[in-house]
Design a protein around this ligand. Structure first.
Ligand code: MLT
Length: 213
């Protein structure tokens, strides 16, 4: 069909939960230069009873995979971001049918560029995600109309000395989500953009406490 997008052509990994019946699914979204294999062990550590769905970003920047195009550091190609966000949403829905997991129990876990497309998905198609763990995200765009994020939990891990994401940008993102009705947990670390063990542990505790929807 003309214009049709074969969304299941995302290169991806799917690891079923040990007990798949009713299990939540973690949608693992890697950072720039990463792959579908990067966050599998993180996902297993974060929520051992979950299915893991891990796509490979389709956009290449000097050979480095990403989930959407950027024009410069922190300056996003908004048209591409909108398209890629829709494509990812469709992929998740198709994967739910193909692998038989509940589309209502998908929690995004993203790092950096992966966290940014997860934030875009929350702002554009909030019904696709039950919650999210965002490591070092930034505001992907400011929506004209806020989505309804009531009943959704969002964990944000951020670095006070992150050279890519200014503190004010993280605070703006948390405020956007709160205004949209989400329950936001913002965990600050003294470090930079790298993922720290402390924030992984904090996210693990948050997930185990069922703070997500
Ligand atoms: C992005 O482009 O999504 C952010 O700048 C994070 C990164 O990938 O460096």
């Amino acid at each position: 069909m003309e214009g049709a997008v074969k969304t299941m052509d995302f290169v991806h990994r799917f690891l079923p939960a040990p007990q798949p019946e009713g299990a939540p699914t973690l949608l693992l979204l890697h950072g720039t230069g990463g792959s579908e294999n990067d966050l599998l062990s993180l996902g297993q550590a974060l929520l051992p009873g979950a299915n893991l769905l891990s796509p490979h970003g389709k956009v290449l920047e000097h050979g480095m995979p990403r989930f959407f195009r950027r024009l410069a550091e922190g300056v996003f190609d908004q048209e591409d971001l909108r398209f890629r966000t829709g494509e990812l949403a469709d992929f998740v829905a198709e994967a739910a049918e193909r692998y038989g997991f509940s589309a209502e129990r998908v929690i995004a876990v993203g790092y950096s560029n992966g966290a940014n497309i997860a934030a875009s998905l929350l702002l554009r198609q909030p019904e696709r995600l039950a919650g999210a763990v965002l490591f070092h995200p930034m505001v992907p765009f400011v929506p004209e109309t806020l989505p309804d994020l009531r009943g959704r939990g969002i964990f944000i891990g951020a670095g006070q000395n992150d050279p890519i994401v200014p503190v004010a940008n993280t605070e703006e993102l948390a405020a956007l989500f709160r205004q949209a009705g989400a329950e936001v947990t913002l965990q600050w670390q003294r470090g930079g953009h790298a993922l720290t063990q402390a924030e992984v542990q904090a996210a693990q505790t948050w997930l185990k406490q069922g703070r997500r929807a």
